[in-house]
Design a protein around this ligand. Structure first.
Ligand SMILES: Nc1ncnc2c1ncn2[C@@H]1O[C@H](COP(=O)(O)OP(=O)(O)OP(=O)(O)O)[C@@H](O)[C@H]1O
Length: 273
C-alpha cells in the first residue's frame, strides 16, 4: 500500500441543509478540507453544533456533501453508492442489538458477511478477551454496565478489521473514570495495528490525550478547520497521567487559545436562538 496516499481525504467540502423553518438553506460546513494519513489518529474538536458529526457522516458516506469530494485510500467515495466500506463506526449511542447476547452482538457483522457461525464465534470469543469481557458473552446488553457495553461495541467494530475507524464522541456518555479506562483501552488496541482514526469530540483534553493531531473547527454556520496542531507527546500514553505533563498543558493552552473565541461565538448564538 502506498503510504503517501491518505487513508481519508475530504477536499473542499461544503454541506447545506434545508432550513427547518422553511426559509433558505443552512450552510453547516463550508470549504472544509481534512486529510488523515494511514495509521494516524486525528481528533476533530469544535464548539457544540459546529458540524463535527456532519463531517464524520460525510466521511462515512452516509451523507453526500453539497460540494467537494471524499477519497478513501485514493479512491473516490460516492455517497450514493453506499457507506465507506473501509471504515468501521462508533457513535455516542452504541449500536448494540438488545435481543442478541454479547457474543452474538460481536459477531453480527461477520455473520452478515457470511462467515460460518463456528468460525465467527471463535473470533468473537477472542475479541471478547481482548476487550476484557471474557466470560460475559452470554450476557445481554441490558445486563452490562455502560463501560462494558462500550467494550462490546468496540469489539463489534474492530472484529471486522476496518482500515479506518470513525468515532463520534463514543465515550461521552460514560462517567469520568470509566471514560479514561476506555480511552486507554482504545489506545492499547490502536497501538497493536495502527488503524487510521477520525475521532470527533468537543472535549479538548480527550482529543490531545488520544491523538497524533488535533484539528479545530470554527463555530457554525459555514464551519471550516481553523487550526491544525501536531501532538508530539510520547506513546504509549496513559490518558490520566499525560494530562499532568508540561507538554500536554502547553499544547492545551495553545489549542484552547485558538478554540476559545469559537466556543464563545457558538454559546452566544445558542443563547440568542
Ligand atoms: N439533517 C439536517 N437538517 C438540517 N440541519 C442540520 C441537519 N443535520 C445537522 N444540521 C445542522 O447543522 C449544524 C451542524 O450539526 P452537527 O450535528 O454536525 O454538529 P456537531 O458539531 O456534531 O454538534 P454537537 O457538538 O452538538 O454534537 C447544526 O446547526 C445542526 O442543527
Amino acid at each position: 500500500m502506498n503510504s503517501s496516499v491518505p487513508a481519508l481525504k475530504l477536499e473542499d467540502i461544503t454541506c447545506r441543509f434545508a432550513a427547518r423553518d422553511g426559509g433558505g438553506a443552512y450552510t453547516a460546513v463550508a470549504n472544509a478540507s481534512l486529510s488523515i494519513a494511514e495509521g494516524e489518529f486525528v481528533s476533530v474538536v469544535g464548539p457544540t453544533g459546529c458540524g463535527k458529526s456532519t463531517l464524520l457522516n460525510i466521511a462515512a458516506g452516509l451523507l453526500a456533501p453539497s460540494q467537494g469530494s471524499v477519497s478513501v485510500f485514493g479512491q473516490p467515495l460516492i455517497a450514493a453508492d453506499g457507506v465507506n466500506r473501509r471504515a468501521g463506526y462508533m457513535f455516542q449511542a452504541d449500536a448494540l442489538m438488545p435481543w442478541r447476547t454479547g457474543i452474538d452482538n460481536v459477531i453480527a457483522g461477520l455473520e452478515f458477511r457470511g462467515v460460518p457461525r463456528a468460525e465467527a464465534v471463535g473470533q468473537g470469543e477472542a475479541w471478547l478477551r481482548r476487550v476484557g469481557l471474557a466470560g460475559f458473552g452470554d450476557r445481554y446488553p441490558h445486563q452490562m454496565s455502560g463501560g462494558m457495553r462500550k467494550r462490546l461495541a468496540l469489539a463489534q467494530t474492530l472484529i471486522l478489521s476496518p482500515d479506518i475507524l470513525l468515532m463520534d464522541e463514543p465515550f461521552s456518555a460514560l462517567d469520568v473514570q470509566t471514560r479514561q479506562l476506555m480511552e486507554n483501552e482504545l489506545l492499547a488496541l490502536w497501538a497493536e495495528d495502527r488503524k487510521s482514526v477520525l475521532f470527533i469530540t468537543h472535549d479538548l483534553e480527550e482529543a490531545i490525550a488520544l491523538s497524533d493531531r488535533v484539528v479545530v473547527l470554527s463555530a457554525g454556520p459555514a464551519t471550516r478547520p481553523i487550526g491544525d496542531f501536531k501532538v508530539d507527546l510520547p506513546r504509549p500514553r496513559d490518558v490520566s497521567e499525560i494530562r499532568m505533563t508540561p507538554g500536554f498543558l502547553a499544547l492545551h493552552r495553545e489549542i484552547w487559545a485558538a478554540m476559545k473565541e469559537e466556543v464563545l461565538k457558538a454559546y452566544a448564538a445558542q443563547k440568542a436562538a
